[in-house]
Design a protein around this ligand. Structure first.
Ligand SMILES: C[S@@+](CC[C@H](N)C(=O)[O-])C[C@H]1O[C@@H](n2cnc3c(N)ncnc32)[C@H](O)[C@@H]1O
Length: 430
């Protein structure tokens, strides 16, 4: 087939990255920006992909939607198609829900776990994202601040973002004004913003030291926007202004989260994940929270009446959790420990004391932990994952070790993106 050939194709399914998949002359065709049921006119683009079970795969560019599929919607954002942030805004809610559930079903099936109950996706409110990182660059004499274009280092200049909490959208213009006076390296400048319970925690990831005049301007900016903390620096940012503590409450306990540290993407998603975790843990008394971060689940579990041991490899996260527990003067029953769980997973004798384990590892999953856990007698495991592929691998390990995987609930906390969060419930009879 020559590269410029144009043809029509019907989209039968969506792939793991959200590209529509159809078939043409016996070849699988991947077409971005399409939905199931679309009849589209496309042009072949790029080189053939690897041979799959159905032969060579090809990529094609969407030229025209001849007949829209039932799941298609008008993308709500003016930067759709250009911005690499959310590439799937053409998917309506039901289509996104179904597709995200299917990603989980397929990942489990690839590990031979076909008979698992996968609940409908719990989709999270779109404009609720509480964490973001904008990039600023100068190009053609203009300051551009926003998100990267898909697959490039270019930046799409934005005035608003459809997935951000309105409070974050409200400061974009003023952040741009502030940044416009700064020296910006060719590679660009990152600006991280987290909406806490006490205001927006802002970090300008610029190198060097701000001079007195700049410190004054930063201070005025923080005052105007009631920014509780403004930090400066790329790796371990220096706090420039701390008007009050940037606090987030988990299970009623206030935590001062480290600048740019991990936090679930939105409070609404955190609430759904926590609800699912607590429901599965039930009346378990002694619980370990592995990969605890600043204590999102640990503190909710403690408020639920559990005695919690929390483990995480990040010193700053455990420091923040421990400081919150110390402030509670014995009210919050959480013991925390800095521990690299890949190098030093919990051991049989540590698991013996537990009624339940909650784990929420990074995208790489928790292979070593699950190898140990599969040999344990812990009755309940709640596994929170942001990567269905590594989750399914670890689930296989637990199931082979005698656990029953009773239910998986996909959570759509990253609207219009191929990322899927999930909560899985494992049980073993003892
Ligand atoms: C997806 S986050 C979850 C954090 C927390 N459960 C929450 O909901 O906020 C993953 C956590 O795993 C931690 N982590 C990554 N690799 C680790 C390792 N090898 N050992 C222990 N913790 C690790 C990170 O520091 C991070 O806090």
């Amino acid at each position: 087939m020559t590269p410029d050939i144009k043809f029509e194709v019907e989209i039968m399914s969506l792939g793991g990255q959200g590209d529509g998949i159809g078939s043409h002359d016996g070849q699988k065709v991947f077409v971005p920006h399409t939905v199931v049921g679309d009849r589209v006119r496309v042009q072949r683009s790029g080189k053939p992909g690897a041979s799959g079970a159905g032969g060579e795969t090809i990529r094609a560019k969407l030229l025209e939607v001849i007949e829209p599929g039932p799941g298609r919607q008008i993308p709500p954002c003016p930067y759709y198609g250009e911005c690499g942030g959310c590439s799937l805004q053409h998917l309506g809610e039901q289509a996104e829900q179904d597709w995200k559930r299917q990603i989980v079903v397929d990942a489990l099936a690839r590990r031979g776990l076909e008979d698992v109950t996968v609940a409908p996706t719990r989709l999270i409110k779109r404009d609720s994202r509480r964490r973001t990182r904008w990039t600023a660059i100068r190009a053609g004499g203009r300051l551009l601040m926003g998100y990267q274009k898909k697959g490039t280092n270019e930046v799409v200049d934005i005035e608003t973002c459809a997935v951000l909490d309105p409070k974050l959208n409200a400061i974009i213009a003023d952040v741009r004004n502030l940044i416009s006076t700064l020296k910006i390296h060719k590679k660009g400048l990152g600006i991280a913003a987290t909406l806490t319970d006490t205001g927006i925690d802002l970090t300008i990831e610029a190198p060097g030291e701000p001079d007195m005049e700049l410190r004054m301007r930063l201070s005025e900016f923080a005052q105007k926007h009631e920014i509780p903390r403004l930090s400066w620096g790329p790796k371990t940012p220096e706090v420039i202004i701390m008007a009050k503590e940037p606090v987030i409450a988990f299970g009623g306990t206030n935590v001062v989260a480290p600048a740019t540290g991990f936090l679930q993407a939105s409070a609404a998603a955190e609430a759904v994940l926590t609800e699912l975790v607590l429901a599965h843990v039930g009346d378990a008394k002694k619980v370990a929270d592995l990969y605890s971060g600043v204590g999102t689940f640990a503190l909710a579990l403690a408020a639920h009446g559990c005695q919690v041991s929390a483990y995480d490899g990040d010193e700053r996260a455990i420091g923040a959790l421990q400081a919150a527990v110390n402030k509670s003067a014995g009210r919050v029953n959480v013991h925390s420990e800095i521990r690299d769980l890949d190098r030093r997973p919990l051991q049989t004798k540590e698991f013996k004391k537990l009624d339940a384990v909650v784990l929420d590892p990074p995208r790489a999953g928790a292979q070593v932990t699950c190898e140990e856990l599969s040999m344990s007698a812990v009755p309940k495991v709640a596994y929170v994952s942001c990567n269905p592929g590594t989750f399914a691998r670890d689930a296989r390990e637990l199931v082979d070790g005698g656990y029953a995987l009773t239910r998986v609930t996909p959570v759509g906390q990253f609207a219009w993106s191929p990322h899927v969060e999930l909560v899985a419930e494992f049980e073993r009879s003892v």
